[in-house]
Write a protein of this length. Sequence first.
Length: 223
Amino acid sequence: MKKFAVAVDGPAGSGKSTVAKEIAKALGILYIDTGAMYRTVGMACLKKGINPADEEAVVASLDSLDMKIFPEAGGQRILLDGEDITSRIRTEEIGKAASSVAAYQKVREKLVEIQQGLAKEQSVIMDGRDIGTKVLPDAEVKIYLDASVEERAKRRVGELEAQGKTADLETIREEIAQRDYQDMHRENSPLCRAEDAVNVDTTGLDIPAVTAKLLALIAEKTK
């Protein structure tokens, strides 16, 4: 099979990561979670007492950033300062920090260089906010996943409750709407759909249904 790249963009909670992992498993290709990388930078700042809103301090901290990424079947593991933090970066606090640091050009340049290097080696599926527009503009397949704010809020509440945590739907809905606004209006690489991306609305669809739809699309685009 020839080498190819799949770029999946979309707002928080649209199902990008979950579906991308399933597709990576089905096709035997590498899954790269770019959002996890920005979350790692956000977590690194919080650990050092750096305000994610302080661009100068965040950029200055990049020289000492000790982040290692280990691709594995169906996903990746991330180490920060030698510690595996893969399962610890999925909090609302770190998500907000990630959204802040992702707005800074120097942060994006550093991580995009890593991401593009991984894509040169083998077939990949990569998800994020600007994969089809900035990171992999020549990707053979570009997909924009979307879902209503209400749908995404319900999904997030379900995830938190599954972890034994309490969650208020209205609070989560407001946080997601705010995250959307911040991602879409940032100066550097805002969230937007590439002109040649196929829009897929996941509202009302479960993961198997979305996965099947995307696999059919990828098969058509890469045949």
